[in-house]
Design a protein around this ligand. Structure first.
Ligand code: ADP
Ligand code: ASP
Ligand code: MG
Length: 408
C-alpha cells in the first residue's frame, strides 16, 4: 500500500465528464489498496474568468479581495469530484486550504506555504476516505484566504506530498510528460523519460509552465518523488523528475524554456558610484517586485552608466512608476522600458562539461536575424532576451540546431 498525492490541472477537471474520468482513475488506485489524496485546480478558464470579473469592478483589484474570489474556483471542483467519487461508492471528503490548514504568509496573490497541518487528512485517509484538497489556496495566520500564484495547485500537491511523506506525487495534466520544449510551439518536441530536478527547476523558473517553480523547489527540498503524466491516457510512465545521481548519461541540452511574461526597464545616465544598484533596485524590491536579469554597463563618458533589468510583465507599469518617483534620488537622466520582449533559454546539466553551446546558440539566432538584447548564463543554462515577435522562430530553430527532435 502506498500513499499517493495526485494533482489534476484545469483541463483535466474542465467539465463533468472529465471529473468523472478523474474519479475513475482515483478509484483504480484505491482498488489497488493505495491511500489517495487528490489536489485539484479550478476548471480551465475559471481563474481567468474570475480575475477578469474582478477587473471589471476595480482596475487593479484589491489583492485580499481578489484572493477571496479566485479561491472559489477550486472550491467548486473539489466538491464535484467528491460527489463523483461518492457516486461510485467511495468515501470522499473535500477540503479547502483553510480546512486542511495550509498556512501561508500574507503575500496575497503570491503567498508562500509556511506549514501544513496534515493530521485531519491522515485521520480521514486511515478511515478509508479519499481526501480531495483545493489547490492554489491557503490561509495566513489571521485566517485570511490567500492564493499561491498562477499554477499554484502544483505547489499544493507537492507540499502535501512532502507533509504527508507520500510515496509519490503525480501531476496529471493535458500533456503526457515534460517535453524538450512546449509541444504546442514545436510539434517535434520529444517527451523526456526523466529530467533532473536541477534542470526542471531551471525549466520552470525560465518559463516552462508545465510545473510551477515552487512545486519543484518543494520537491527538491523534501525529496518528493515527482512525476508528470497525462490525465487523458490510461497508460504511460510520464516524466520522472530525478535527482542527478540517479540519472544515466546526460544529454548536453535537455530542453528549451521560454517566458512571454517579461518586460525590460532601462535607467539611463546613472552616476557610476557605489550604492547605485541598491538605489535603483531597493525601491523595486520594497514593492515586492521580483527582478530577474540585470545588466549594468559603463557609459561612453566613463562617469555614468546605463542600468537594465527585467521584471514580470504584470509588474512593469508599477516598476516604471516607482522608478519615475525615485529618478531624482537616483540622479539618473531617464527611464525607458519595453514590454514586448521575451526570454528564451537553453537548459542542460551537460553544459557543465561542454563548451561552445553559447556560440552555437548565438550563431543560430544570428542566422535568422534575431537581435539579442540581453544575455545571461549559469552553469546549466543560457538565456537571451529578444523581441517577442521572434519567440516561436527562435525556439524552433534552436530546437533543431541542438537536435532535440523526436527520434525518427
Ligand atoms: P494544468 O492546467 O494541468 O496545470 P498547465 O497548462 O499549467 O496545465 O501545464 C501544461 C502545459 O504546459 C502544456 O499544455 C504545455 O503547453 C505547457 N508546457 C510548456 N513547456 C512544456 C514542456 N517543456 N513540456 C510539456 N509541457 C509544456
Ligand atoms: N487555478 C489556478 C490557476 O489557474 C491554479 C492552478 O490551476 O494551478 O492559476
Ligand atoms: Mg499548471
Amino acid at each position: 500500500m502506498a500513499l499517493i498525492v495526485q494533482k489534476y490541472g484545469g483541463t483535466s477537471v474542465g467539465n463533468p465528464d472529465r471529473i468523472k474520468n478523474v474519479a475513475q482513475r482515483v478509484a483504480r488506485f484505491k482498488a489497488q489498496g493505495h491511500q489517495v489524496v487528490v489536489v485539484l485546480s479550478a476548471m480551465s478558464g475559471e481563474t481567468n474568468r474570475l480575475i477578469a470579473l474582478a477587473k471589471s469592478i476595480q482596475s487593479t483589484p484589491d489583492p485580499r479581495e481578489l484572493d477571496v474570489m479566485v479561491a472559489t474556483g477550486e472550491q467548486v471542483t473539489i466538491a464535484l469530484l467528491s460527489m463523483a467519487l461518492m457516486e461510485m461508492g467511495l468515501k470522499a471528503k473535500s477540503y479547502t486550504g483553510a480546512q486542511v490548514r495550509i498556512v501561508t504568509d500574507d503575500a496575497f496573490t503570491k503567498a508562500r506555504i509556511l506549514s501544513i497541518d496534515e493530521e485531519n487528512l491522515r485521520r480521514d485517509l486511515n478511515a478509508g476516505y479519499v481526501a480531495v484538497v483545493a489547490g492554489f489556496q491557503g490561509v495566513d495566520e489571521q485566517g485570511n484566504i490567500t492564493t499561491l500564484g498562477r499554477g499554484g495547485s502544483d505547489t499544493t500537491g507537492v507540499a502535501l506530498a512532502a507533509a504527508l511523506k507520500a510515496d509519490e506525487c503525480q501531476i496529471y495534466t493535458d500533456v503526457d510528460g515534460v517535453y524538450t520544449t512546449d509541444p504546442r510551439i514545436v510539434p517535434e518536441a520529444r517527451k523526456l523519460k526523466t529530467i533532473t530536478f536541477e534542470e526542471m527547476l531551471e525549466m520552470a523558473s525560465l518559463g516552462s509552465k508545465v510545473l510551477q517553480i515552487r512545486s519543484v523547489e518543494f520537491a527538491g527540498k523534501y525529496k518528493v518523488k515527482l512525476r508528470v503524466l497525462s490525465s487523458f491516457e490510461e497508460e504511460g510512465e510520464g516524466t520522472l523528475i530525478t535527482f542527478e545521481e540517479d540519472a544515466m548519461e546526460q544529454p548536453i541540452i535537455s530542453g528549451i524554456a521560454f517566458n512571454r511574461d517579461e518586460a525590460k526597464i532601462t535607467v539611463l545616465g546613472v552616476p557610476d558610484r557605489p550604492g547605485i544598484a541598491y538605489a535603483i533596485l531597493g525601491p523595486v524590491a520594497d514593492a515586492n517586485i521580483d527582478v530577474d536579469m540585470i545588466i549594468q554597463n559603463v557609459g561612453a563618458d566613463g562617469t555614468t552608466t546605463d542600468f537594465t533589468f527585467t521584471v514580470n510583465r504584470s509588474e512593469y507599469s508599477k516598476a516604471i512608476g516607482i522608478l519615475q518617483t525615485a529618478l531624482k534620488d537616483i540622479g539618473a537622466r531617464e527611464i525607458k522600458g519595453d514590454d514586448k520582449i521575451v526570454k528564451v533559454s537553453l537548459v542542460g546539466v551537460g553544459m557543465r562539461s561542454h563548451s561552445g553551446i553559447a556560440s552555437t546558440m548565438f550563431k543560430t539566432l544570428a542566422t535568422e536575424g534575431i537581435n539579442l538584447q540581453m544575455i545571461s548564463t549559469s552553469e546549466i543554462k543560457i538565456s537571451v532576451v529578444i523581441d517577442e515577435k521572434y519567440l516561436e522562430l527562435a525556439v524552433r530553430v534552436l530546437h533543431k540546431a541542438f537536435n532535440l527532435e523526436q527520434a525518427a
